[in-house]
Design a protein around this ligand. Structure first.
Ligand code: SF4
Length: 291
């Protein structure tokens, strides 16, 4: 398959066929993110999308999972998204699910009816980067929404019946806001109550605007133990009904897997044990971490 520039997808879409129906991210100003900085956002034309689907069909006609990229394919007009979904299900007889990245502002721009219609046409899973639930953190990283708007976007996806997977970033508030970031993120995620939650740990590309703040001493990265303490505080305060939690992304110091709230006590016990021993060999070394 041909893709424009570097392609990103959620770890859980590793076995999916990726269709790049948009290029880049419409927002593209978050200070910690360089994923799409070299791309100008655009939605591909109908003709381009038709050609992509034909190419995908030749590549893997038995595909069971498809992921719509790039960074915010939810920005695509609902009528075009419905056409795409209909064509995918008509073309791929084994197709079971279609996932998409959804930026909070683009989710908010859709009506509840539009989201429900997308679900009824086979959109299955929406990935929402919550990153933080703290107002100051969201503002400082230029996420473009308030905690209240983030909650509204997440709840809107859930109310439509689509499956929601949220991502949070450990360390995004730096040392100064670690406690507030932990507690407010737990609050926002609890309000959204997603089916899936992934925790990444902040890693800053030297080209990211946040790198300058670090260099100037305005932002202090957490060390591994501070990161784990922050994660512990988040998990301790999280109130979700049934959520598959993962922190097994390559950026994390300690890979964890759990179903919350059932496994919370075990998860906290593991974190407490690792924090108590402070044994570096328990952690993924920095040189193995990556995005
Ligand atoms: S974090 Fe997400 S919304 Fe922000 S610039 Fe990167 S891809 Fe776009």
């Amino acid at each position: 398959m041909y893709y424009e520039g570097i392609l990103y997808r959620p770890p859980s879409e590793a076995r999916s066929l990726i269709l790049q129906i948009t290029v880049g991210c419409r927002h593209n100003v978050c200070t910690f993110c360089t994923m799409y900085k070299d791309k100008t956002f655009r939605i591909k034309s109908r003709a381009e999308i038709k050609a992509i689907i034909a190419e995908a069909l030749a590549y893997d006609p038995k595909a069971e999972r498809i992921f719509l990229a790039d960074g915010d394919a939810m920005a695509v007009d609902t009528s075009l998204l419905l056409e795409i979904l209909d064509e995918l299900y008509a073309s791929f007889p084994h197709l079971q699910r279609v996932g998409i990245y959804g930026g909070p502002r683009d989710i908010l721009a859709k009506t509840p009816e539009e989201l429900a219609t997308l679900k009824s046409h086979g959109l299955t899973m929406v990935y929402l980067g919550v990153e933080s639930g703290n107002k100051e953190v969201l503002t400082s990283v230029c996420k473009g929404v308030s905690p209240e708007q983030m909650i509204e976007a997440g709840q809107k996806v859930k109310a439509s019946g689509l499956v929601l997977s949220c991502t949070i970033i450990i360390g995004l508030g730096g040392r100064a806001l670690t406690q507030a970031h932990a507690l407010d993120t737990a609050h926002v995620v609890s309000k959204i109550d997603p089916e899936y939650l992934g925790a990444l740990t902040l890693m800053v590309d030297p080209e990211a605007p946040l790198a300058k703040a670090i260099e100037q001493g305005d932002f202090q990265l957490l060390d591994p133990w501070e990161s784990l303490r922050e994660l512990r505080a988040m998990l301790e305060n999280l109130k979700v009904s049934h959520c598959v939690f993962r922190s097994n992304h390559a950026s994390n110091y300690l890979p964890l897997k759990a179903t919350l709230p059932a496994d919370r006590a075990e998860l906290l016990k593991t974190l407490d044990r690792v924090l108590k021993t402070s044994a570096l060999e328990e952690l993924r070394p920095d040189y193995w971490r990556g995005f």
